[in-house]
Ligand binder design. Structure first.
Ligand code: SF4
Length: 492
């Protein structure tokens, strides 16, 4: 890099909340004068934004840190910072095991990163700073967004629930809500920049408002998003069945730019297991919510998270889960094999299910869900869908020239652009010719193509391209990295 500018690279692990936080970390580094390191360039600063949910997360982190040790020796002045959930959990253990790390910061003090790097450099000494409660709402920090057409907007952080498999409450703390005015200003500012699609983000979005005493706040927020001109798609993740009220369903149905897509974590189809998980709804209530949603939005694509092999899960419990999955007819399930996470109550429960049993149940569940997903997608053949064209998603198919994007209900669509000069950020309408289990295919030229300001920005090269940051936004309802082994983070 010229001009003596310091370069950085951020590596992100885990859920959408970490993707969101990494946009803030890169924004702050750039505000402090750092520039993204080119692919072939060794960065002056490497930041790991870690996840504590993934199995062996710590082994992976220390493996990565170990690889960087000789690199750092060859590049005097290079700095390594570790933040996120694992840093919040392990604290000074990180500098004890990897003394070449310069900075450790937690989930509550993202904003300290540039100062800590500077202090570590000046004092030539590692800086470990972990705050116990939120210092500044991350959304108020500068951001460098990864997409010209789609953005995450955080409405709350933390969670007041105590699901026994989940480490989020101990790492992210109690729920803190942003005020609606702030959220809406951020959404409006994104739309002014050309963004068409916004995902409202919180660990339990249906509890939004509890912090300022307004239980109807989330439904009101959805309706208010409907009044933002130019905002074409509103999504949210994740809701919680316990707090999912009819006013939210009514707001979804009555607000045209709110997408008919719902990611509603089930976790188990056995009431006995739900009780052991400390999930306060029961299956009958869960299925009633889905009926209510479909009564007013028959086209809603509903997805879920399910944990297989929670301690004490019997064959009968598992059969109950299969039963709910068949009844719910999810468009998609993100299915996780339970494995104990240190620091969670479930890790100490007796009757951990043997790994081979978990694996076998997992495969049976996947087979049932795949069949349902496939049937749902085949039912969309010969229908026309609106697609927001994306990049970095799906396959690059040189032979068929297919591009990819998301339908309004969140389904991944691979389409043939025909002769149209379609760009990421543009919107097309196209007919589905084939429904595969995990995506839709449209092999005829689009019936309509709308150029958008986001597409113009992408074409003009003004789209931010931060190497190393989350490598493109994940699909709605999906983890930032594929195959997270277990739910329990941002999963409602
Ligand atoms: S699983 Fe979701 S609702 Fe339960 S404690 Fe974790 S973040 Fe909260």
């Amino acid at each position: 890099m010229g001009n003596g500018e310091k370069t950085y690279r951020v590596r992100t692990y885990g859920c959408q909340m970490n993707v969101h936080d990494s946009e803030r970390l890169t924004g702050m580094l750039e505000a402090a004068g750092y520039v993204p390191a080119a692919e072939q360039h060794t960065p002056d600063v490497v930041v790991f934004n870690t996840c504590a949910v993934r199995e062996n997360a710590d082994n992976r982190l220390y493996g990565n840190l170990g690889q960087l040790r000789p690199v750092k020796r060859q590049h005097p002045g290079m700095q390594i910072a570790v933040g996120g959930c694992l840093a919040q959990k392990d604290r000074s253990e990180i500098t004890r095991r990897a003394p070449w790390v310069d900075v450790v910061f937690g989930t509550h003090n993202l904003g300290s990163l540039p100062t800590l790097l500077e202090r570590a450099r000046h004092n030539d000494e590692a800086q470990v700073e972990i705050a116990e409660s939120l210092e500044v709402f991350p959304s108020t920090l500068p951001a460098r967004r990864d997409s010209a057409y789609s953005g995450w907007v955080s409405i709350s952080v933390g969670c007041n629930n105590t699901c026994t498999f989940c480490i989020v409450p101990s790492l992210r703390g109690k729920e803190v809500d942003r005020r609606p005015g702030e959220v809406l200003s951020e959404v409006a500012a994104l739309v002014d920049e050309g963004v068409l699609e916004v995902t409202l983000l919180g660990q339990n979005v249906n509890a939004y408002g509890v912090d300022f005493g307004d239980r109807g706040a989330f439904a009101d927020l959805l309706r208010a998003c409907g009044g933002i001109e130019g905002l074409e798609r509103v999504r949210f993740t994740s809701p919680h069945p316990r707090d999912f009220t009819t006013d939210v369903i009514e707001a979804m149905a009555a607000t045209p730019n709110v997408c008919h897509q719902l990611h509603m974590p089930l976790q188990s189809g056995s009431d006995r297991v739900l009780r052991a998980m400390r999930r306060s709804y029961r299956c009958a209530r869960y299925l009633r919510i889905l009926d209510d949603v479909r009564a007013v939005m028959p086209d809603a694509a509903i997805s879920t998270d399910i944990i297989v092999g929670f301690p004490g899960e019997t064959e009968e419990d598992f059969e109950a889960t299969l039963h709910v999955v068949r009844a719910a007819r999810f468009a998609q399930s993100f299915t996780f094999q339970y494995s104990p996470r240190p620091g969670t109550p479930a890790a100490d429960l007796p009757d951990q299910v043997p790994k081979d049993v978990v694996q076998q149940r997992y495969e049976r569940l996947i087979a049932v869900q795949e069949q349902i997903s496939w049937e749902c997608n085949r039912a969309l053949e010969q229908t026309t869908v609106e697609v927001l064209v994306s990049e970095g998603e799906g396959r690059k198919d040189a032979a068929t020239r297919r591009m990819s994007g998301r339908a309004r209900d969140g389904r991944l669509v691979h389409f043939d652009p025909g002769t149209a000069a379609v760009r990421p950020g543009d919107v097309i309408h196209t007919e589905i010719t084939y429904g595969a289990p995990h995506h839709l295919v449209a092999d005829m030229a689009p019936s309509a193509h709308r150029r958008t300001a986001a597409g113009d920005r992408w074409e003009a090269g003004r789209r931010p391209t931060t190497p190393g940051v989350a490598l493109g936004l994940p699909a709605f309802g999906q983890p930032a990295e594929p195959a997270v082994e277990q739910a329990g983070c941002g999963s409602g």
